[in-house]
Design a protein around this ligand. Structure first.
Ligand code: FAD
Ligand code: 2HG
Ligand code: ZN
Length: 493
């Protein structure tokens, strides 16, 4: 069904041709155009890093990638596409996990990687204005000497771009502390589908002058325009930070532990991440972080990585130690063991386990990823029910489904259910969908907590959005992009 929808969509668009390349060459240096078309005639393998997604699950067939250096160049490219009816895929670091950043067919890829300059930073307000193509980690490095940090962090930080983060409304590991990008993004510069540059690059904390248009582009996944600049409120760097990995005998203890941690740590709790035993074992098997000792993992059904960050080391350590004492001294301890980081290297290594789960899963096999919001109490039930369901279909075999694992952001109610298979097959997909989406809907959850809809979940949008909501989303799309050239086949069914 999805394939035929794509086919009929793509029939509406024109392919990039030699005249288009000649036109782009008038204002783009040759080095910023990559094409399999003449005069360059590159082998298609040179475009694979742009055509294939991070999981190697979705594959486009673009002939051409352009890498403009500023918003004016983006605007000129988009104007041409609008005139000629050429479909566009905006692309950041290509780390997305729902196939939104790669073409479905031969759309023109506009990659933002050459737009990588910080435009301004105000150390008093902490407001940073940067090109959309700045890599998240490079922005963190830029801020470090100014004693500030980005309000978001994720395992893909070394490749993902701030424009991609905004366009997916990425959540990640700091959302518990700093909230969503809908709050921290103060302004955007966007090239609209007709090439107009919408300058909303405000650096104001407060601005109630009518509709807040920028919010529409946060999480729009490139379907309404191309984000070229981002104004974002960064946070003062914490003066002290610690982390601890707690090993739990059973999942049921995660929630009381979370309640206790919030009560005792209050404002210094900055992350509360969960991963089950099976995915921890995969992380260690595939070299993500240093293994905990045998005693520390013995009898553990799952783990919680907790981080504190605050303004005074003695105060923060005292609070964390008190919490650990309470946990160990209780009559019915919620945890088996706790490993408290003792050095910056150990702090980093413990985060590396959590941040490396996605990579570990990918090294183990082909992952079907379900990034869902469900009530915290249901995290384990969702993983177990899915595993049982696959078992009942006879699919729990080494040559089919190898693992069913769960990890995620407890503080945000966001579970990452990962089904790790030997290969992507229609049989496994049919067993998982709509099964998982129906399960999520039965808990009144969301089928996409933070990764977006992309191409993967257009058919599942209705599990989390009413018909009326989808109708108004379509009207908004039509208003901004009447020709439907901006990332077609993504987000909307
Ligand atoms: P891309 O993958 O290039 O694009 C993603 C979408 O945004 C596409 O629809 C694309 O068309 C659009 N887009 C990109 N740039 C622009 C732009 N400038 N203007 C308009 N549209 C644009 N996600 C989370 O939310 N939390 C996590 O903790 C997290 N961890 C991850 C860990 C790993 C190891 C990996 C591989 C991925 C992870 N992700 C996570 C998913 C992904 O990194 C995020 O969605 C990220 O925000 C995507 O940024 P990107 O620059 O790579 O965007
Ligand atoms: C994370 O939290 C990311 O690590 C990726 O959102 C989740 O691998 C996944 O499914
Ligand atoms: Zn996540």
């Amino acid at each position: 069904l999805r394939r035929s929808a794509h086919a009929s969509t793509s029939a509406r668009y024109n392919s990039v041709n030699a005249d288009d390349i000649a036109h782009f060459s008038k204002f783009l240096p040759t080095s910023t155009i990559l094409s399999t078309l003449p005069p360059q005639s590159l082998p298609s393998s040179e475009l694979s890093p742009f055509n294939d997604d991070w999981m190697n699950k979705y594959h486009g067939q673009s002939t051409t990638v352009v890498r403009p250096r500023n918003a004016l160049e983006v605007s000129e490219v988009v104007k041409r596409c609008n005139e000629r009816g050429i479909a566009i895929v905006p692309q950041g670091g290509n780390t997305g996990l729902v196939g939104g950043g790669v073409p479905i067919k031969d759309e023109l890829l506009i990659n933002l990687g050459n737009m990588n300059k910080v435009r301004s930073f105000d150390p008093v307000s902490g407001i940073l204005v940067a090109d959309a193509g700045c890599v998240l980690e490079s922005l963190s490095e830029y801020l470090a000497p100014h004693n500030h940090i980005m309000p978001l962090d994720l395992g893909a930080k070394g490749s993902c771009q701030i424009g991609g983060n905004v366009s997916t409304n990425a959540g990640g590991l700091r959302l518990l502390r700093y909230g969503s990008l809908h709050g921290s993004v103060l302004g955007l510069e966007v090239v609209l589908p007709d090439g107009t540059i919408l300058d909303q690059l405000s650096t104001l904390r407060k601005d109630n002058t009518g509709y807040d248009l920028k919010q529409l582009f946060i999480g729009a996944e490139g379907t309404l325009g191309i984000v070229t600049g981002v104004s974002i409120l960064t946070a003062p760097a914490p003066q002290s930070a610690s982390n601890v990995i707690l090993a739990l005998p059973k999942f049921e203890n995660v929630l009381p532990l979370f309640v206790q941690a919030k009560r005792q740590l209050s404002e210094i709790l900055s992350a509360f991440e969960f991963f089950d035993r099976e995915v921890y074992d995969l992380a260690i098997k595939h070299g993500q972080g240093r293994a905990l000792s045998e005693e520390d993992v013995e009898g553990a059904e799952c783990f919680v990585l907790m981080e504190t960050s605050g303004g005074k080391r003695e105060h923060d350590e005292e609070k964390l130690n008190q919490l650990l004492e309470t946990l160990f001294e209780s009559d019915k301890p919620l945890i088996n063991t706790g490993v408290l980081s003792q050095s910056p290297a150990q702090f980093a290594s413990m985060w590396a386990i959590r941040e490396g789960l996605t990579e570990a899963v990918s090294k183990e096999g082909k992952a079907y990823k379900y990034d869902i919001s469900v009530p915290l109490a249901k995290f384990k039930e969702v993983v177990d029910t899915t595993r049982e369901h696959l078992g009942s279909k006879g699919l729990l075999r080494d040559d089919a489904v190898k693992h069913v694992v769960g990890y995620g952001h407890v503080g945000d109610g966001n579970l990452h259910l990962n089904v790790v298979a030997a290969a992507y097959t229609p049989e496994i997909e049919a067993a998982l969908e709509p099964f998982v989406y129906e399960l999520v809907a039965s808990y009144k959850g969301s089928v996409s907590a933070e990764h977006g809809i992309g191409v993967m979940k257009t058919h599942a949008l209705h599990y989390s959005k009413s018909n009326v909501s989808i109708e108004w989303m379509k009207r908004i799309k039509q208003l901004f992009d009447p020709k439907g050239i901006m990332n077609p086949g993504k987000v909307l069914p």
